[in-house]
Design a protein around this ligand. Sequence first.
Ligand code: 6GU
Length: 300
Amino acid sequence: MKIDIVSVFPEYFEVLNLSLLGKAQEKGLVEVTAHNLRGWTHDVHHSVDDTPVGGGAGMVMKPEVWSECLDELLHLEPTTVTCDSTADADDTASADAAEPAESATEIAANADTVPATDRPVLIFPNPSAPLFTQQDATELSHANHLLFGCGRYEGYDARIPQYYRAQGVDVREYSIGDYVLNGGEVAVSVMLEAITRLLPGFMGNAASIVEESYTGENALLEHRQYTKPADWRGIKVPDVLLSGDHAKVDRFRRDEALAKTNELRPDLIEALDCSKLDKADRKTLMALGWEVSGAHPRQR
Ligand code: 6GU
């Protein structure tokens, strides 16, 4: 996988040479390059932003600098597109727009739930976009080339993603949570870690990925973990975990995952597919106050 990152703070990404991602780069699994956006400016001040059209606070990143950079990294020739500047307005992110596609631009934007491995994916962190999820990480881990564009200041000109979508590029915009960061750099490092750890050969133990929270078809928060000693400062490991009875251990962990998810993330319980729950799951959920006879659990 080839990963390009464009930022006005490329040094921020030196941390990616550490730890597991550093090892993955040494092994040749990924090749990460951080580029300085200012390298594509032509003025003495190397300016990348300008005041917002229509007024308002802050600065907006200019489309011309980004396009010179992105054309080069995506091997595209500059062109002019004819499209309505409002056509893209409600379709900032990714692929899960519910409405039927109308314009050619929208078709290009919606066709990309699973990235084709041979097509680059252009990703813009954006606090006003849909949330980045484990499912997005899984999808993007199949791409051959990811290009992240880090916005700073108040954001970037909305025509940038619109233009590259019209060029047939798989363009995605994601937020990493409901809080405000100063720029996209932290968000990109979060997304990168979530994506690259899923690459085959990245982690020693593939089974540990399968058991994690938010993975698989029935996403639950993970059960609690313990190691030895069995009694530490007066707190004991639950007896069943010491029993050696694997079926009982699995059931105990599954029930704990259900109870923890019920308490902290009932929205994840509501999203479960009832047809994938076994008899013991249903019993546990019913005891927690859920109705499990429909397609998804419903709170009683
Ligand atoms: Cl992707 N960018 C910024 N600037 N702030 C955020 C974010 C992204 N996601 C959450 N907050």
